[in-house]
Design a protein around this ligand. Sequence first.
Ligand SMILES: NC(=O)c1ccc[n+]([C@@H]2O[C@H](COP(=O)([O-])OP(=O)(O)OC[C@H]3O[C@@H](n4cnc5c(N)ncnc54)[C@H](OP(=O)(O)O)[C@@H]3O)[C@@H](O)[C@H]2O)c1
Length: 483
Amino acid sequence: MAATCDQHLFVIFGATGDLTRRKLIPSLYRIVTENHVADRMAIIAVAPREMTDGEFREVAKTSLHDAGIDGADAADWCDRIFYQSVGRDESFDGLRERIEAVEADLGFPGNRAFYLALPPVAFPGTIDRLGEARLNRSPGWTRLVIEKPFGHDLASAHELNEQVHEHFDEDQIYRIDHYLGKETVQNLLTFRFANPIFETSWNRDRLEAVEITVAEDLGVGSRAGYYESAGVLRDMVQNHLTQLMTLVAMEAPPGFNATSIRNEKVQVLESITRIDPEHVVYGQYTAGEVAGEPVVGYHDEDGVAPDSRTPTFVGVKVAIDSWRWQGVPFYLRTGKRLPRRTSQIAVTFKPAPVCIFHGEHDECPIKPNVVVLTLQPDEGFQLRFEVKTPGSPPNVTTKHFTFDYNAEFETIPLAYQTLLFDVITGDQTLFVRGDEVEESWRLWQPILDLEDHPVHPYAAGTWGPAVTNPELAFWTDEWTMRT
Ligand SMILES: NC(=O)c1ccc[n+]([C@@H]2O[C@H](COP(=O)([O-])OP(=O)(O)OC[C@H]3O[C@@H](n4cnc5c(N)ncnc54)[C@H](OP(=O)(O)O)[C@@H]3O)[C@@H](O)[C@H]2O)c1
């Protein structure tokens, strides 16, 4: 993090919520201490309930303590946090006065970041009130950070975009997908565009398939209220998996900057003309065992309707109709209550064109080369290649070159730390642009619209429903092999 930031106010809406407590406060503290910019930032925490500055500073100290941060410096830093209670429908005139008073006290020039750590239902009203109180413009810069989910479907995402654009320009808007803040996700671009050895093979001439997997071992937990109306496609695929797919598939941008990179990502989405419903497999977990513990099925989770058809697993084959990717399937899959938590991208190369080695029964023993990029946990990558086993008769076996991020680098910044730093330094590269978010919804909307698409049961602790469609058969064996 070499860049530094201007003096600014960081204004958090929804400051009494879980995200502020667990992620935003600790990340902001790490940013100011690691970059020595504590005197350049002050925070205004905003929420409906009544609280004094002093009371909120105690909340902030507890959140730092819970993140393992204690001591006098942390306590001093909390004195730069101010609290402003604003009712759910109250105008922001009082808030504007408070902002201007704090800026005048600190001698700040009027740079402001507004972070909507709010439930999505509160986004439109808050954005309108920012505009009505003329907080969309300021003497310095003004930036607006919008949490996910951005819309519930294509129509609502479009409507929200139109509404935000009534008050803010696109270069002021930072739509968060926290996956993009993960170091290993950003490393996808370095891996591809700093290593020509891979990039020259990254196309339909050399590759057989790309598999993108985000597996969760947890169930729906306390989020059933949200999850029942969202399902797996909205929760994971439209945002995180689609983002990963664009990073794997995009062309080399002319430069490493927000415009170039986001242009290339949008082009990938535009190249996907249609997802075939036959290539979508939904699943829902039933009772089973995860990590040796018995767990209930989705229907028996608190807040889930007994006859719910909400999918908790999806596997889908996507075709990207571009010159680079024609004929190379992208398999996306994600689910809850799978055997373990892992996110990985596996890129399988085409097999050797002619096999000159022969196994015991005259079969070809050579397996294809695979690059496996693991995003979490055990961040790093593996290159799988074939070697001769010693002795005779000669045989062939698969071995791995591995790179382990944690072993090589002492500290990896948290995703929110990276993203918040980008907000205050004005770098939009890792944020989703307005047209990009709509392209992503456009892609998935026909699948969301499918009524009565089969939802297959799978036992908790297994890797999802068995797939019988031969079009999708590729990933069943490979998937089991890698996990
Ligand atoms: N928590 C996470 O780890 C996480 C991760 C990724 C994304 N997000 C996203 O971040 C946002 C916030 O999540 P959260 O978990 O922090 O939610 P939360 O715990 O429910 O907190 C929401 C905050 O917004 C306030 N609020 C609720 N309704 C409001 C309204 N109509 N007008 C003004 N303020 C209102 C709440 O005030 P009261 O306390 O007075 O109710 C609280 O301060 C959501 O969009 C979520 O999808 C959260």
